[in-house]
Design a protein around this ligand. Structure first.
Ligand code: HEC
Ligand code: HEC
Length: 336
């Protein structure tokens, strides 16, 4: 269901026209400190182990595909492709979302089918179309690599290589991938030179006339909810019912998770099917009120933005790009 916070929506619609500027309306939320689950607390050794596993192609059946193949730090932690290419070089039905800020998302995957990063990590390893690896075989393989035996022992104790701990370590590494200190944050914290006039105008449109913040809100710019916004549906899947596959609720047909928008200028193409190549195409998509009307959200209607307003909105989305997220590629333990 499009479980929208009505109070929030009413607030936006009422407040924005009253305040001259979005910056006065109290919607700004800085990126908070990462919260680690009680049953998987942070340690540097765990984050380091998770990083090795993330970059290690030996986690796949072919020993050729790693998490970083599809979530590549150089490509905004995505793959730069409309839809992912998996095991056997086959194109999958959906676009690889960025891993940036995934530690803040309340649910994982375009259809929300995974509750957390720990469980999510084990999905692609086993998926036939992605890494095509049997988990028991993987545990055996890792036990035969002395460097991993030592690394797991340091983090989880003796004889601790298990699929559960693989998931915990990878999730801990992913929680370190956070977008911080974007021009937008600097501006909102008082540096009025951090955004251009066009970006400031784009911000006011985002929170006002263009109604983006109805769904893209909170510190990571997502309501962690599901909406059908009328995306074209390109690629090998003729139909993708999205969230409906999980809930069997008619209202969820074609609904997908609202993606976060921080650092988004780095991880195109966009949408669950990768059908929009650039941020300008995305904003033009919203400006015409989406492409398909079947079960579309009532919040997606033509926006009547001028050419300049379209550009301003794009420039604001670019101002959400934080400092470069630098990661050094780890040296992986020898052996196979
Ligand atoms: C072959 C490409 C591919 C590989 C390899 C891969 N992923 Fe993904 N990843 C995807 C695609 C495609 C999705 C979205 C699928 C969906 O929603 O149905 C996804 C979704 C995710 C998400 C959810 C993000 C969100 O915003 O909901 C996370 C986190 C993630 N992957 C992490 C990983 C990790 C960790 C690994 C390695 C264990 C991995 N992925 C391996 C393609 C890949
Ligand atoms: C009704 C809720 C809703 C509104 C309003 C909305 N969005 Fe979205 N947005 C979504 C959802 C859901 C998706 C993913 C849809 C899909 O892939 O099928 C999305 C996708 C995007 C993406 C692509 C992100 C990615 O990682 O692929 C961008 C960029 C974006 N929205 C920006 C905006 C802007 C700018 C506005 C205002 C003009 C806006 N959104 C209004 C819900 C919304």
């Amino acid at each position: 269901m499009e479980r929208l916070s009505l109070a929030f929506t009413a607030l936006i619609i009422l407040l924005i026209p009253l305040s001259a500027q979005a910056e006065d309306s109290g919607f700004y939320e800085p990126v908070p400190k990462m919260v680690y689950p009680k049953d998987n607390p942070w340690s540097q050794a765990k984050e380091d182990l998770g990083k090795m596993l993330y970059f290690d192609p030996r986690l796949s059946g072919s020993n050729w595909i790693s998490c970083a193949t599809c979530h590549n730090p150089g490509l905004g932690w995505g793959d730069g492709l409309p839809r992912a290419i998996g095991h056997g070089q086959k194109e999958l039905g959906r676009h690889s979302p960025t891993v940036i800020n995934s530690g803040f998302f309340e649910v994982q995957m375009w259809d929300g089918r995974k509750p957390n990063l720990e469980e999510q990590a084990l999905g692609p390893i086993q998926a036939k179309g992605e890494m095509n690896q049997n988990l028991d075989d993987l545990v055996k393989e890792l036990k035969a690599i002395p460097g991993y035996v030592t690394a797991f022992e340091k983090v989880f104790g003796k004889d601790s290589i298990s699929s559960k701990n693989i998931g915990k370590a990878i999730a801990t590494f992913e929680r370190s991938v956070v977008s911080k200190n974007a021009p937008y944050d600097k501006y909102m914290k008082g540096d009025k030179t951090a955004m251009t006039d066009s970006q400031v105008n784009g911000m006011n449109l985002f929170f006002g006339k263009a109604r983006c913040a109805i769904c893209h809100n909170g510190p990571a710019f997502t309501d962690s909810n599901f909406h059908n916004i009328g995306v074209k549906q390109e690629g090998p899947l003729k139909k993708d019912l999205g969230r409906y596959n999980q809930t069997k609720d008619e209202a969820d047909k074609g609904a997908f998770k609202t993606p976060g928008l921080r650092h988004i200028s780095r991880s195109g193409p966009y949408m669950h099917d990768g059908s929009e190549a650039t941020l300008k195409e995305v904003v033009e998509f919203y400006n015409r009120g989406g492409d398909r009307n079947e079960n579309k959200s009532a919040f997606i209607t033509p926006l009547k933005l001028s050419r300049k307003e379209v550009d301003d909105l794009v420039h604001f989305l670019e101002a959400l790009e934080g400092e470069p997220i630098i990661v050094s590629i780890p040296q992986l333990p020898a052996g196979r």
